[in-house]
Design a protein. Structure first.
Length: 146
């Protein structure tokens, strides 16, 4: 991986409460904005969610596209949004939505690092307490290290 998978511009905070599908669309829009995927990938993210929930626990959801959408991925990328209010994710509360698109197996390493962070409730509380997208990006900077 020569490029950063998570760029500072792909980390956001959101004040408004939104629904699950709107949060998925927003995560996908960031992936499109940073050049990781084509717009069609966002539809594949919604399709994936329709077949299996991407809720992971500890306020985290990781929406991603279907296997059929791999051709719409331009480069591996990640979007990260922390919501001020919980999102109802089919009965679970989500505060962090991490959109992901991976080429080859690059996404597996990324997912592993995110899983480690979110398996620790103290780390999740730290992320919830940060004031800005810049502070979130700094806290997540090791996601980019190979």
């Amino acid at each position: 991986m020569t490029e950063q998978i998570l760029s500072s511009g792909a980390v956001r905070t959101a004040d408004a409460a939104v629904g699950r599908d709107d949060a998925i669309r927003a995560a996908g829009a960031i992936l499109v904005e940073v050049g990781a995927v084509d717009a069609a990938y966002v539809d594949a993210m919604l399709e994936r969610e329709g077949s299996v929930s991407t809720y992971m626990g500890n306020y985290l959801a990781i929406p991603h596209g279907t296997n059929e959408a791999k051709g719409t991925i331009r480069k591996s990328g990640l979007s990260f949004t922390r919501y001020a209010e919980p999102i109802d994710w089919d009965g679970d509360e989500v505060r962090f939505v991490v959109g992901i698109a991976g080429i080859d197996n690059e996404h597996l390493e990324i997912l592993s690092k995110i899983a480690i962070i979110f398996s620790d409730e103290d780390e999740v509380e730290k992320l919830l307490a940060l004031d800005s997208a810049e502070e979130l990006y700094a806290a997540l900077s090791d996601v980019n290290e190979s």
